[in-house]
Design a protein around this ligand. Structure first.
Ligand code: C5P
Length: 308
């Protein structure tokens, strides 16, 4: 009965004026995010964990291109610059368009191109950002049949981090499993070094091992208060115990005078160093990090996106 009512209201209100004819390509940037703090409050009956986290978008992005081919068999043809990523429903952006079709009761065909720069398995939200961009761009191509609130609900079905990327704002506090968002003022443009080792971390694995993980011995500088957040990540405990390069790298970073603080982003494996000076001062640090981690580690200098 409930589903029936929802279907009625969707068709009655939100599909009015929907444009399902073939469209031209549209292109959107999909920014990465970092977690400047991530506290786990406990495990929930649904298997997820309740969180308190502060997320900020950063100036490292993928590009998504999308066009609607019109009514067809409801398929998404996806082409991705990273051959190691799935291009079927295992890709979150493809799943976003399939979900959009389902929500609208349409069998639209879509063509999607993903030009990846954000590493995956990295705790930087690349897949979630692609999915949010696909939802927003798809809705735009169709003449906005879905309201922002409904897009947020669909985003939450796709993944805990996806709603954050549907927001216009660049910074937010997230609660619940990550989908309850409060945009925040974030007047800092933090100079960052993002360090992605050659291995990734599975998000379910990190959460599953959080409860039995022991607190990792903290570097004396790790708890220094920061104006923009508490620089704590509870998922470091399980991930550091498995990947010993990461705590060693964190200690190395905190020993450097250019680094204000260092921590893991999300469920890893990316480590973030927040720098004291502008990005121009960071080249020697970047070289030192590359040498410490080896040539297969991706080291990116970038800034967080600012918002007043
Ligand atoms: O929501 P998302 O698909 O990103 O979550 C991937 C996995 O990470 C979940 O299946 C769950 O195991 C874990 N997770 C969690 N608590 C959260 C977010 C994710 O336990 N708040």
């Amino acid at each position: 009965m409930r589903a029936c009512c929802r279907a009625w209201s969707v068709h009655d209100e939100t599909h009015f004026g929907m444009n399902t004819s073939p469209s031209t390509w549209i292109s959107r940037q999909c920014p990465a995010k970092i977690n400047l703090s991530l506290r786990i409050l406990g495990k929930r009956p649904d298997g997820f964990h309740d969180l308190e986290t502060r997320m900020v978008k950063v100036a490292l992005s993928d590009e998504l291109k999308l066009r609607c081919l019109g009514q067809g068999s409801g398929q998404v043809q996806c082409c991705c610059s990273d051959a190691s990523l799935p291009v079927d429903a295992g890709n979150l952006a493809v799943r976003a368009l399939l979900l959009m079709n389902q929500e609208l009761g349409q069998a639209l065909d879509w063509e999607l191109e993903l030009h990846k720069r954000i590493p995956h398995g990295a705790g930087l939200g690349g897949g979630s950002s692609n999915a949010a961009a696909a939802l927003r761009a798809g809705n735009e191509v169709l003449g906005q049949p879905l309201r922002r609130q409904r897009l947020m609900e669909l985003a939450a079905q796709l993944g805990s981090d996806v709603p954050f990327f549907v927001l216009d704002e660049n910074a937010a506090e997230a609660r619940g499993r990550g989908e309850i968002l409060t945009p925040i003022s974030f007047p800092w443009s933090l100079p960052l070094l993002l360090i992605k080792p050659p291995f990734g971390v599975s998000t379910p694995w990190a959460y599953q091992h959080w409860a039995q993980s022991l607190p990792w011995p903290q570097h004396p500088r790790a708890a220094e208060p920061q104006a923009w957040g508490s620089a704590v990540n509870d998922l470091e405990n399980p991930v550091f115990a498995k990947h010993r390069l990461l705590p060693a790298l964190k200690a190395m970073l905190l020993d450097r005078p250019e680094v204000a603080t260092a921590m893991m982003s999300g469920s890893g494996s990316t480590m973030i160093a927040v720098l004291r000076e502008g990005l121009g001062e960071a080249l020697s640090l970047r070289a030192a990090v590359q040498e410490f981690c080896g040539p297969q580690t991706q080291v990116e200098l970038c800034g967080s996106l600012q918002e007043r």
